[in-house]
Design a binder for this molecule. Structure first.
Ligand code: SME
Length: 167
């Protein structure tokens, strides 16, 4: 059994540092990207307050023009396929830039998988060779749940996931 103690740090940077250490331990010794994405999602979903969904969308290289397809996640069932440039996830994929959305209703083209979602953070998963593996998506039922500290923290967790996983 993997032990994931509750986060102790009083501030977000400290909490993300604790999560980073837990994620490294959790993924150690396994390189399968699906297994690692599943444990990444489970760790974050249960460790952080105020989330209603988190998980990975992978690039489906077989689709011309680029498309994301649902990978491991925690939360309610979600949209399976998202075209590049559609919604928050597609925008992150197409621009390869983290999307920090304080109010999803104000984001043109936002895709409402779970109507409870109010704010969202999506990090593109770019491999060391510069190619795109997919995106990491985190949703909250709270408005403006995510800030710059979450952006930095989630990006560092994504870097650990990418480094630990093949493919
Ligand atoms: N809201 C996302 C779709 C994915 S779900 O939130 C899980 C978007 O607009 O891309």
């Amino acid at each position: 059994m993997f032990h994931t103690p509750a986060l102790d740090a009083p501030d977000k940077p400290g909490q993300y540092a604790e999560l980073a250490a837990q994620l490294r331990g959790l993924l150690h010794g396994e390189r399968n990207r699906v297994a690692n994405a599943a444990n990444f999602a489970a760790l974050v979903y249960h460790a952080l307050p105020g989330l209603n969904w988190c998980g990975v969308y992978f690039v489906d290289a077989a689709v011309a023009g680029g498309e994301l397809v649902l990978g491991p996640f925690q939360g309610k069932p979600a949209c399976v396929r998202i075209a590049f440039a559609r919604g928050v996830c597609g925008t992150a994929a197409a621009t390869r830039t983290t999307q920090l959305v304080p109010d999803v209703n104000a984001f043109p083209g936002h895709i409402a998988c779970d109507s409870a979602s109010r704010s969202e953070l999506v990090v593109p998963l770019v491999r060391a060779d510069g190619t795109l593996l997919g995106v990491w998506d985190v949703d909250s039922p709270l408005r403006a749940r995510f800030d710059e500290r979450d952006r930095a923290g989630m990006q560092s967790l994504c870097a650990i996931f990418l480094q630990a996983s093949d493919g």
